[in-house]
Design a protein around this ligand. Structure first.
Ligand code: TPP
Ligand code: DXP
Ligand code: MG
Length: 636
């Protein structure tokens, strides 16, 4: 029986004495561990299977944490976690109270920079390198970025700056030809040419061979050519992009060959100035279901290892699916509709549109800013762009929404999926800030459906609207309500009273409306009569209704799957203040002023009272406050 090597790795220093064969065995063991743990916890399996050898080689050649390794997106840092003292806690991956699925500075000194959103690694690494230079310190800085993340504009801004500074910085380009879906764009095609063009390898080797053979002159010319960056690569790959940007380019390197990786990383370490190492890997490497379906196993829920099938039942249609399918139906009737995604065709449900109406579908890569301004440009020409972006990633495009869409009142539909708590991805991904960052922008309509059926009506409404309009909806399954055949236009800024109440009102937003109804039902059983409103619109608010409810002289509870600061409840308070309703009592239920941890959505909702029990308890609190006040007034 072979002894386990992984069980003896308590830190990167334990890699040092291992032979090449032992490192290969370690890679096998890590793959097994990745598959076993993620089959139970879910997680980003395929990206991690692809970087097993690369991560081992990095920790063998560099001296972390003195040398700094920064992972772009950070979804591929599980192997790094296993090698940097978190093996014992690895089974708690992404679970409430367990280790995070992304690098986290609080978790380990080896996690140099927290990530989760894409394309930040080169900027962060450059910042660290420039600080090092200013402080006259001596260590290496390595950014590991995928070919998908390299499509993000920030990565180019950083490459542009890094080449200019000429500082020592190593960028590893982990090229697996995949973003979550297949990678797209001209850069992706360029990388494919570099990878596959036999002229490149052959030409370079032949020229080196010929030059070396010329006595005296040959080796010197070769040296000179390399030093002057007028390297032989230029002779065969015109305009070598990375060299032109000021980087020494090393590659392409087979990314599952430990010996080749160790060698190239040693070479990169010895060079001065910015260096880019181009490593070719296979997403999902070593687990057939993931190799065959890297999109599905990019980020997976629990699954059966033998078959690769997802564990757990199916449940009602997800909000994402309801959106994606309805947009196809609408697109088939209205030729003005175009669908835009920033590298998330599957996650946003736009893959339906891509398949059915490909000529009006655009995947722009991980480029949320560009996606929004592209939509604005199209809208000026009479098109009806629907930009589907997760709430958390739309944060990237704030100014584009404000300056390019709303200022010009352009009819762009912003479909914000993953609004609210998203669960195991945690604080980098919870979509709990969008109401606050959008509500303050003039000309924008902002709404949230109570269920997947209403989402379809809202999408229809959004497309009919002649101006900027955003809809937010959550991750996961809908409520399971019937999907009505006939879509209807919802009157803008009109709420839906679902239950009248004589003792107080719950003003709820999104699917929490159902929890509110259930809580009100329970309270009714206890003799308390609370009304429930599906607010539908955060902007404009249903002011007529709010005036009517103020007149009932009963307390209100606002409920939202969003931070309280600047959210829907705040909008209600502003309404009351603007109208001089100082005496209206309001209790607010939402998320506190802190980043919310990772864990299952139901667990997090229970912690923050965003469920039936929490709403009921808050109602009782609201009624108790009123009671207290009445007693105080009576006894004054
Ligand atoms: C700003 C932003 N937009 C979108 C995403 C969602 N996302 C996470 S990983 C990923 C693909 C990354 O591809 P790549 O960098 O090549 O890594 P790979 O998974 O192929 O290893 C995307 C689109 C994100 N994390 N951040
Ligand atoms: C790392 C990343 O940003 C994505 O992979 C994200 O985790 C996807 O989230 P969903 O699972 O909600 O699509
Ligand atoms: Mg990739």
């Amino acid at each position: 029986m072979t002894t386990s090597i992984l069980s003896q790795i308590n830190g990167p220093e334990d890699l040092q004495g291992l032979t090449l064969n032992q490192l290969k065995q370690l890679a096998e063991e890590i793959r097994r561990e990745l598959i076993e743990v993620t089959s139970r916890t879910g997680g980003h399996l395929a990206p991690n299977l692809g970087v097993v050898e690369l991560t081992i080689a990095l920790h063998r050649v560099f001296n972390s944490p003195a040398d700094k390794i920064i992972w772009d997106v950070g979804h591929q840092a599980y192997v790094h976690k296993l090698l940097t003292g978190r093996r014992d806690r690895f089974a708690t991956l992404r679970q409430l109270g367990g280790i995070s699925g992304f690098p986290k500075r609080e978790e380990s000194p080896h996690d140099i920079f927290a990530t989760g959103h894409s394309s930040t690694s080169i900027s962060a690494a450059l910042g660290i390198a420039l600080a090092r230079d200013m402080k006259k310190e001596d260590f290496k800085v390595v950014a590991v970025i995928g070919d998908g993340a390299l499509t993000g504009g920030m990565a180019f801004e950083a490459l542009n700056h890094a080449g200019h500074t000429k500082t020592d910085l190593i960028v590893i380009l982990n090229d697996n030809e995949m973003s979550i879906a297949e990678n797209v764009g001209a850069l992706s095609s360029y990388l494919t040419r570099m990878r596959t063009d036999p002229k490149y390898y052959k030409g370079k080797e032949e020229i080196e061979y010929i030059l070396k053979r010329i006595p005296n002159i040959g080796p010197k010319m070769l040296q000179l050519a390399n030093r002057l960056k007028d390297s032989v690569k230029h002779l065969v790959v015109p305009g070598m992009l990375f060299e032109e940007l000021g980087f020494t380019y090393l590659g392409p390197i087979p990314g599952h060959d430990l010996a080749a990786l160790k060698k190239v990383l040693h070479d990169a370490k010895a060079l001065t100035g910015p260096v880019l190492v181009h490593v070719i890997t296979k997403k999902g490497k070593g687990y057939l279901p993931a190799e065959e379906n890297p999109d599905k196993f990019h980020g997976t829920g629990p699954f059966d290892i033998a078959t690769g099938q997802s564990a757990g039942g199916t449940g009602p249609i997800s909000y994402t699916e309801a959106f994606g399918r309805e947009l196809v139906a609408l697109g088939q009737q209205d030729a003005r509709i175009v669908a835009i995604t920033a590298a998330m065709p599957t996650g946003t449900g736009l893959y339906h549109f891509a398949r059915e109406i490909p000529h009006r579908f655009f995947d722009v890569g991980i480029a949320e800013q560009h996606a929004v301004t592209l939509a604005a440009g199209m809208a000026t020409q009479g098109l009806k762009p629907v930009v589907a972006i997760y709430s958390t990633f739309l944060q990237r495009a704030y100014d584009q929404v404000l300056h390019d869409v709303c200022l010009q009142k352009l009819p762009v539909v912003l479909a914000m999926d993953r609004a609210g708590l998203v669960g195991e991805d945690g604080p980098t991904h919870h979509g709990v800030f969008d109401i606050a960052y959008l509500r303050s922008i003039p000309n924008l309509v902002l709404m949230e459906p109570k269920d997947e059926n209403e989402l379809r009506h809202m999408l229809y409404t959004a497309i009919q609207h002649d101006g900027p309009i955003a809809l937010r909806y959550p991750r996961g399954n809908g409520i399971g309500v019937p999907l009505e055949q006939q879509l209807r236009q919802l009157p803008l800024g009109k709420a839906e009273v679902l239950r009248e109440g004589s003792q107080g009102w719950i003003l709820a937003l999104g699917s929490l409306v159902y929890d509110a109804l259930a809580a009100a039902e329970e309270l009714a059983g206890e003799g308390l009569d609370i009304g429930v409103v599906n607010m539908r619109f955060v902007k404009p608010l249903d002011e007529d209704l709010l005036h009517r409810l103020v007149a009932t002289n009963t307390p209100w509870l606002t409920v939202e799957n969003h931070v309280l600061a600047g959210g829907f409840g705040s909008a209600i308070l502003e309404f009351l203040h603007q109208n001089g309703y100082q005496r209206q009592e309001v209790t607010m239920l939402g998320l506190p002023d802190q980043f919310i941890e990772h864990g299952r959505v139901e667990e997090l909702k229970a912690i923050y009272c965003l469920n039936q029990d929490g709403i009921k308890a808050s109602c009782l609190e609201m009624l108790a406050k009123r009671q207290q006040k009445t007693i105080l007034v009576a006894g004054k």
